[in-house]
Design a protein around this ligand. Structure first.
Ligand SMILES: *Cc1c(COP(=O)(O)O)cnc(C)c1O
Length: 225
């Protein structure tokens, strides 16, 4: 199947409940253009260096989402390109984004990344840490970031019940934070969860942004990276 056909069949499943973030990491500009020409506008990258090398060569109406772990010293480089950052895992990172976005005269949409998987290796906050950020005076003073929702990654497992439980946990954290901190803010509306292997479960559990790479572009060729 071609990229255009992959996108079309995905959209049939996803719409109208969620939007697709086509994860283009490790794919070249030409491959991304194939998806763009098929109508895709939201793309996700997980490395600052890769985003800043590809984005200038691609159309300006692409909405770039940063989905990987982000170090503070890489924030400045991605600010000119990025629309949404899915991977907020500390107040310090948020402060850096706010500072650099301010200099650039932008407001960056941010999602708080939660640790919902069993695996220790995945980054993210727990509910207590998120509340501490949201209650802090420093956070309340930030003018150049807007919290639009949450992101999470389920455990990499064939156990569908476990994956569903983890997505359900993210949804319940979303509902709780919505009530406590964002009740009057419509923009707090996004739940970024679901990848190629688990996006159908994520959709059923309330995902609004699906981060999908392999099902759009095919397998990534790691040996070429
Ligand atoms: C690579 C990646 C994805 C997409 O993974 P696929 O299995 O190729 O769909 C989603 N989210 C994050 C954070 C990723 O790094």
């Amino acid at each position: 199947m071609s990229i255009a056909e992959n996108l079309k069949s995905l959209e049939q499943i996803i719409r109208p409940t969620a939007r697709l973030v086509a994860v283009s990491k490790m794919h070249d500009v030409q491959t991304i253009m194939e998806a763009y020409d098929a109508g895709q506008r939201i793309f996700g990258e997980n490395k600052a260096q890769e985003l800043t090398s590809k984005a200038p060569a691609l159309p300006g109406d692409i909405e770039w989402h940063f989905i990987g772990h982000l170090q503070r010293n890489k924030v400045k480089a991605i600010i000119p390109y990025v629309d949404t950052i899915h991977s907020i895992d500390s107040l310090r990172l948020l402060k850096e984004i706010n500072k650099e976005a301010g200099k650039a005269g932008k407001t960056i949409k941010c999602l708080l990344q939660f640790h919902i998987a069993e695996e220790d290796t995945k980054f993210g906050l727990d509910l207590q840490e998120a509340k501490e950020i949201l209650q802090s005076d420093q956070f309340k003073q930030m003018q150049h970031i807007a919290i639009h929702g949450l992101m999470g990654m389920a455990t990499f497992t064939d156990n569908k019940d476990q994956v569903r439980r983890e997505f359900r946990m993210l949804k319940s954290i979303f509902d709780s934070l919505k009530g406590d901190f964002f009740a009057d803010q419509e923009e707090f509306s996004e739940i970024s969860m679901g990848m190629s292997n688990d996006f159908k479960i994520a959709l059923e559990e309330g995902a609004t942004l699906l981060r999908i790479g392999t099902t759009v572009f095919g397998e990534r060729n790691y040996s070429q990276a």
